[in-house]
Design a protein. Sequence first.
Length: 104
Amino acid sequence: MTDRPSGPLAQTLSSDIAAATRRLQAALEALESAAERRSEADRDEDELASRIHALGVDRSRLADELDGSLVRSRKLERTNREIAEKLDAAIGTIRSVLDAEDSA
């Protein structure tokens, strides 16, 4: 006597096992696919975080450069006004000297 069923019952069990094996294989493939997608999403997220960090660094650098440019621009404007005032004074002095010579 054997413990294994025979006949139609054996075919049904074999068929059930084959179907269960196919379902298990499909589930394993779906799990593997999901794990790959998750891994890819994690890589994408890491890459995005890296890009955001780089943009933040660039933004800070550009803000510093802009601040420096504004300081230089204001200094140049102030120097320009001072030079314009000195030129106006020099022109006034030259005119007064020329007017004095014309009068003499």
